[in-house]
Design a protein around this ligand. Structure first.
Ligand SMILES: [Zn+2]
Length: 498
């Protein structure tokens, strides 16, 4: 079955200037880009006035579980490929005691207790059946560590490190496309540099990518970037700094220096890049605000410490000192108990004021009532910094989206149309060709995704048709789950999905 996308403006993904042309596909493959005599029996899709681009690649997704189902929120944005396993969280290798992995990852995976795979191979085989998206997976450092050592913190025994190296190498051989760390999440956060160095050597040997949620993005942004660049220099691995940003007004001026370090490393020949989502707000689990030693032993360990007066005070003092964005900028996004549902959308500061208590006590109370399962939205960045990262030549654009049992961040529903609409057309932060490049060929190269991310003969027929005049996302922090405008057709492997 042949299809021709006729008369549109072709943006091929390579970052070159758009051209007026047709795109011909046959079966699951792109036959060519040019002006064609339409072969008989070919279906014609009229693309006059529309843009034709490669299917978008979300190279930082947390939908490790949802890509296995028929989820449509990414597809509605034009996404046909997702890279999961980010920030140290992958749904494999599953430990003997599965609860260890569920405690660690369910806040991001929005999962229950019915998932987990022994190996990359087992997960990828399942993911290959996804009806909506082509899945690539990173091995999560946190998951890997938990599979061997549970929630034990700090230096691991030599035999544990050997096991992790071997399991990582095995996962690469089975098709995992890289390795990720989440150095602000326990237990991965407790890993010494030497452990990361050993694992990054495995990454380099297999010519895969190392993506990192660094140790800090605010008070320790510079030190965190230095550490990751040192890792890349010493091991030779390809480095991708995940959701790069400067968190909190007191740290906004650090972004320029951090970027300078990254640029300098790239100019020296280091294979380094970064990614960012087109929103000033971030989102993750509420436990991330705590000192991560407080999570030794998992959620049970945390709740035991919060019940002890001295420990509780120490956790409170350290949490306050490390808070970079202020309590008015921390909003409750999701929790599970019915009695607390009215708190969704409120700031921790506002809840504390209405209760007449300290904000940190609100955090502790909620963590106790919800057994650790609370998600937050954090107003982190400045607009000026966001513009700088979005338009930077070393950046890819990602969603970092995940589902929650409450109100998710709008990036889950709007990242790609927002980039093409508001950021590109209205604010003029970048051109259409640049914007498309950052969500197609550029991430394909960074994450070693073959034959996708470009409209070129022989590539897979992943094609998005959108209206450059109307494409946008109405999703907001208050009403995130609104569908995008202006995405007209989405094809994956030559099959129309939208
Ligand atoms: Zn992250």
């Amino acid at each position: 079955m042949s299809i021709v996308f006729k008369g549109g403006t072709v943006i091929d993904g390579a970052g070159t200037l758009p051209v007026s042309a047709d795109v011909l596909i046959s079966g699951q493959t792109i036959e060519g880009v040019g002006i064609f005599e339409v072969p008989p029996g070919t279906q014609v899709i009229d693309c006059r006035g529309l843009a034709v681009a490669p299917g978008f690649i979300d190279s930082h997704s947390h939908l490790d579980l949802q890509v296995l189902e028929n989820h449509s929120d990414k597809l509605a944005q034009g996404v046909t490929t997702e890279v999961v396993g980010n920030c140290g969280f992958s749904p494999y290798p599953v430990p003997g005691d599965r609860k260890l992995l569920y405690d660690f990852a369910n806040g991001l995976f929005c999962g229950s207790t019915d998932w987990g795979w022994p190996s990359a191979k087992a997960y990828l085989e399942r993911a290959a059946q996804s009806p909506t998206t082509t899945v690539f997976s990173l091995v999560g450092h946190g998951s890997l560590r938990i599979a061997r050592a549970g929630h034990q913190l700090g230096q691991l025994a030599e035999c544990d490190l050997d096991w992790m190296e071997q399991k990582l190498a095995e996962s690469f051989a089975e098709g995992a496309c890289g390795f990720s760390t989440g150095l602000m999440y326990s237990p991965g956060a407790s890993a010494p540099f030497s452990e990361l160095e050993r694992l990054c050597r495995v990454v380099a040997r297999h010519q895969k990518v190392y993506a990192t949620h660094m140790r800090g993005y605010g008070d320790f942004l510079i030190e965190a970037v230095d550490e990751q660049l040192r890792l890349a220099r010493r091991t030779g691995c390809r480095l991708q700094i995940s959701h790069f940003q400067a968190v909190g007004p007191r740290n906004w001026n650090k972004e320029a220096l951090a970027l300078e370090k990254i640029e300098k490393a790239a100019a020296e020949g280091l294979d380094v890049g970064f990614d960012c989502y087109p929103y000033i707000a971030g989102s993750t689990m509420l436990t991330q605000l705590l000192p991560q030693w407080a999570l030794a032993g998992g959620i049970d360990g945390l709740l035991a410490r919060l019940a002890d007066g001295t420990e509780r005070n120490r956790i409170a003092t350290e949490t306050e000192a490390a808070l970079e964005q202020g309590w008015t900028n921390i909003l409750i996004a999701a929790l599970e108990t019915p009695a607390n549902q009215s708190l969704i959308g409120q700031s921790v500061a506002a809840i504390a004021a209405s209760r007449g208590c300290e904000p940190v006590e609100v955090v502790f109370d909620l963590l106790k009532q919800e057994e650790g399962r609370v998600n937050m939205l954090e107003m982190n960045q400045s607009e000026a910094n966001l513009r700088q990262t979005i338009s930077h030549p070393l950046s890819c654009i990602i969603s970092d989206g995940f589902y929650v049992k409450g109100r998710p961040h709008p990036r889950l529903y709007g990242t790609f149309p927002l980039l093409l609409g508001e950021m590109r057309r209205e604010r003029r932060w970048l051109t259409l060709a640049e914007a498309v490049h950052k969500i197609t060929e550029k991430p394909a190269r960074r994450f070693s995704i073959p034959q996708r991310g470009r409209l070129e003969r022989g590539y897979f027929a992943d094609v998005v048709v959108f209206d450059p005049k109307t494409v946008n996302s109405p999703a907001s922090y208050q009403s995130p789950s609104l569908q995008p405008n202006g995405i007209c057709y989405v094809f994956r492997n030559g099959v129309a999905l939208l």
